[in-house]
Design a protein around this ligand. Sequence first.
Ligand code: ATP
Ligand code: MG
Length: 294
Amino acid sequence: MMHSPARTPVQTVKAAHMLDREKNLNLNEDTAPLVLSVEGVSKRFGGLQALKDINLNITQGSIHGLIGPNGAGKTTFFNIITGLYAADAGEFRLLGKPYKPSQVHEVARAGIARTFQNIRLFKEMSVLENVMVARHVRTHSGLLGAIFRTASFAKEEHEIRLRAFALLDYVGIERFAGVKAKTLSYGDQRRLEIARALATDPHLLALDEPAAGMNATEKVELKNLIEQIQRDGKTVLLIEHDVKLVMGLCKTLTVLDYGTKIAEGTPSEVQRNERVIEAYLGSGAAHSITTTTS
Ligand SMILES: Nc1ncnc2c1ncn2[C@@H]1O[C@H](COP(=O)(O)OP(=O)(O)OP(=O)(O)O)[C@@H](O)[C@H]1O
Ligand SMILES: [Mg+2]
């Protein structure tokens, strides 16, 4: 007698709502609530005003672009909303509730996850372990469970492992699960960072130049992945120098220059904005911003 092929554990987990939290919300960007709302954020490094009185609203379900020339303050903004740096001033609300991005761990729990412009992986650990470690933010058994290897700990560990596999599959690198993270190509390391960020079940996924170092084919795959993440109900905040990519993905862009918000709007509005063109002229990259159609 023939049996139908059994589902692998990974398929089972995938079927059980891959990115389950905000799934199928079908949000309309114009009326959707805000995931993150930031008001009056400033940050100074010695004599340098890296961010000045920044207001930014990120709508649930959107892919929101954050662009600007080198040194504009984009990464500093990420570092502040994820608790790496303390803001000198500013108010933050996450899903409508006041939120203080004080500690990185707390930020992950609150529901913001990020990737890094300069990739930060545990290079000597396996690809799978890199994702598993991040998932521990959402586990319950804790240290005592780990030491005494309680049944609930073992079960939880097993679930974390399956979930990590499923996330690697989701970003397209599950075949590398067992190898050390440092052996991955640059593009795949960036995917691994995305998988690791998703492992914390964030409301908001903040990507700092995810296409850096990727070739044209990898960029297309990345675009598809980010769109899939959005379809699965996540909100994405995207820093990206590849203007074509960012304009193709985002309905709303915020433009920073020298720590100030100089423009905000749709890609075509931003492209026509005099201050934006000037800022990019100054950086020698005006061509990239004015010639790319969305
Ligand atoms: N920890 C720090 N200490 C001192 N200055 C800093 C620090 N972090 C950033 N800066 C400065 O703040 C400014 C904004 O830097 P930031 O990294 O946020 O820019 P960015 O928009 O991400 O640029 P890029 O596109 O090159 O990544 C720069 O002048 C930078 O040198
Ligand atoms: Mg940066």
